[in-house]
Each structure stands twice: as C-alpha cells, then as structure tokens.
Design a protein. Structure first.
Length: 410
C-alpha cells in the first residue's frame, strides 16, 4: 500500500465528524494521546447530568436522587466489567493506574519474605516500578528486570531464565508508553503461573486501543486509567480475580467499606465495596462508563485498524527525515500507536517547543521511564502518539514541522 492509499484509508475509516465531538481538535493538532486523551461531549454530559440532576452520595440514602446515583454507579462497575471480560464485583474504582498499582504493592507486599523476587521489565513506567522498588527495599526482596532485544521487544529467553521459583510477583506493562511495544502478556502470564507467581498487567496504554479480555489473558490483576480512553481524570480501575481480592485485606478504612463496626472490632463489606472506602468519585465513574460506551459504539477493532494505518503512515514519513532515529520497533508488528524518536543535535524539549509554536502538541523528555532511557543511553525522546480521532493531515503537519527542526539543528 502506498502513502496515498494509506492516507485515504486512515482519513475515511470513520464516518464521524470528530471536530464536533471533540471541539478542542479545531484549534490544535493533538498528538499527545499517550499522556491523556480528549473527552467527547457524551462524557461531559454524563458527568454534568449527575451534578445537576441527581447529585447525591451512593449507598446512603433512600430518596430518589440517592437511589438513582447508586444505581448508575453500580451500572458503571458492570460497564467496565463487560468492557474487559470481568465480573462487576472484580472491578474496583481507584484514582488511576498509579493508585491501583500502589494499592497492590501495599497489599501483596505484606506477603513477601526476604529473598523473594519481583520481576519487572526495563520498559516500565515509574508507576509500575517505584512502588515495587520501595516494597522490595522494605521487605528485603529482590527486583529483577527483563531487558530488551535489539528491535525493542522484551527478551523472552531472558524472561524464562529470570522468572523462577523465587519469583512471587511479575508486574509488566502491556504496551510501552515510550517504545509502543506490545508485550506478549499471555506468554508472561503462563511463565509466572508455572512457578506459582502472581502477574499484574499495567494496561494503561493498551486498554484504550486493544480489545482486552482478562479471562483470556488469565492475568491475576490488571490496572488502567480512565483519562487515557476518553474518560475523565481522577478515575481508574483495578481488576482482580475474585478469589484473590476476597483474600486481601483492605488498606483504606472508613465509611462504605464496612459490614459491621463495634467499639473493638470491624468486619468488611463484600466486593468491590471492601476496597472503595469513603465517598467514591461518582461523577468520574459515570464519565468513565460513558467513555467506554462511546468507544464500544465506534468499535475497538475499528480503532485498532485506524491506529495501525496512522502508525504505518507516520513511521514511513519519519524515515524521510535525516538525523531522526525511531526509538522503538521500526514497523507495525507488535507495536501500538506510540512513536518516540530523537533528532541529531536537537534536544527533545527543543523539538517539542518548535512544534508547539506550530500549534502541534507532542511530548518530550523521559516520559516517566528514566531507567529505560538510561539503558538506551539517551537523555530523552520526543514522542508522537495517536488516537482514533487523528488523521494523516495531523501527521503531515508534524512531519513538516520536524523538517523545520532538522534544518535548524543540522
């Protein structure tokens, strides 16, 4: 397929005017979707309707507004569960992937003994590295890291050697927010379970783009954030197998998560309330549910198809810029719609600043993945990341600006 065919396909994949759904796209070329995505009107309307028509606490009142709030909040659990192939009581609302993984580190960390091992990959976001790092120090456990192959994929041969009988926890990103690499989490899950270890999937980058089913993945836990899939900020999800969640003790205590309280003792509510102490982010949960329904209406397969086309188009265009090096898989095989790169003699922040002057939003720096950049012997990268509402016109604008960057620094 030539560039013109790719361009036509990616522009015509959807029959929706996304400028109407996402008004901000009229005023900016937005290519920073790995950081956060834009929010469609239906998400804003769902949250506004809660605040203006039935704003009340959940699980508290018997008046109509409270009952409606409780009903839609419970339905939000069901919507998320259906989205990833889980059961509603396996879905815990958190503030995002970061809180979800911190929660797991605190709870699972209690079971660790000196000498136990935690396995991560070198490409992890700080949110899936620092919590385990600190727990390992506290429990005198050992951290082990799976390195990369030359083509920026996980070294599975090394993984087979590292994941051993000493391994208690494997926590792996499904898709790298820097490289775009999609990791073979089903294979890693099989490796972990073979030695009796638990596996956690950081799906912050994959859930917005790929159709996931936790039962098919067979993972023990999975975490993602609402704001990366057209939902609001401040809401996220922790999925856990029911039997594992039932065995864990809650870390946040207070209202809403108790069954009975006496002066000397307390017992806990069932799932998922046991892990949702206090007043939850009700509006956020409703916004997330609306975002998921919006994505389902578009179709995850259609989203994936659009992004594959855009990524192929962008990779081909970027290769025409002298001095530019792509940091990640060079083609669409085993990668998502995230492209990081360096330009000879140009600092990533300068690249981003020049594109910002052209009203083009990209990301620059270490992207909360300093160990990865250190291992690659680079200070930072520039990053473009796409979502279904992007087009080849957006990419063309970025490529034109990058040629300008190249002329300045070469």
């Amino acid at each position: 397929m030539n560039n013109n065919q790719q361009k036509k396909e990616s522009e015509n994949c959807f029959k929706i005017d996304f400028h109407e759904e996402f008004p901000i796209l009229k005023s900016i070329t937005y290519l920073d979707n790995s950081s956060t995505t834009q929010k469609p009107q239906v998400v804003l309307e769902a949250m506004n309707e809660y605040y203006t028509k039935y704003c009340a606490n959940v699980h508290r009142g018997l008046y109509p507004q409270a009952e409606q709030a409780t009903q839609v909040f419970e339905e939000a659990h069901q919507t998320v569960a259906q989205f990833i192939g889980a059961e509603a009581d396996e879905i815990i609302f958190t503030s995002g992937t970061t809180e979800s993984i911190n929660l797991l580190a605190q709870l699972l960390g209690k079971t660790l003994q000196p000498g136990d091992e935690i396995v991560l990959s070198i490409m992890e976001h700080h949110s899936n590295l620092v919590p385990w790092q600190q727990i390992a120090k506290e429990k005198k456990a050992q951290l082990k890291y799976i390195n990369l192959t030359k083509d920026y994929h996980l070294d599975l041969n090394e993984a087979k050697k590292i994941i051993s009988k000493k391994t208690k926890i494997v926590s792996i990103t499904h898709m790298s927010n820097v490289l775009g690499t999609i990791n073979p989490v089903k294979e890693l899950t099989a490796m972990a379970h073979k030695v009796g270890a638990l596996i956690i999937i950081d799906a912050a980058q994959s859930t917005p783009h790929l159709k996931l089913n936790v039962k098919e993945l067979s993972c023990d836990f999975l975490a993602f954030s609402g704001h990366k899939l057209c939902g609001p900020t401040g809401i996220g999800v922790l999925y856990g197998k029911k039997r594992l969640l039932q065995d864990l003790e809650p870390s946040k205590l207070g209202g809403g998560m108790i069954k009975e309280v006496t002066l000397q003792n307390s017992t806990w509510a069932g799932l998922p309330a046991k892990f949702e102490a206090g007043t939850p982010n009700i509006a956020g949960a409703l916004g997330l549910a609306a975002a998921i329904k919006y994505l389902q209406k578009i179709g995850l397969k259609n989203i994936e198809k659009q992004e594959l086309s855009l990524t192929k188009y962008a990779l081909d265009k970027l290769k025409t810029i002298s001095g530019l090096k792509i940091i990640g898989p060079p083609n669409n095989k085993g990668r998502g719609a995230v492209i990081s790169f360096t330009i000879k003699n140009a600092h990533p922040h300068d690249v981003a600043e020049i594109l910002a002057r052209e009203n083009i939003a990209i990301r620059a720096g270490h992207h909360c993945a300093m160990p990865l950049h250190t291992s690659l012997n680079i200070e930072g990268t520039s990053r473009m990341s796409f979502y279904f509402y992007n087009t080849t016109k957006n990419i063309d604008a970025a490529i034109k600006a990058l040629h300008k960057v190249n002329r300045i620094f070469q």
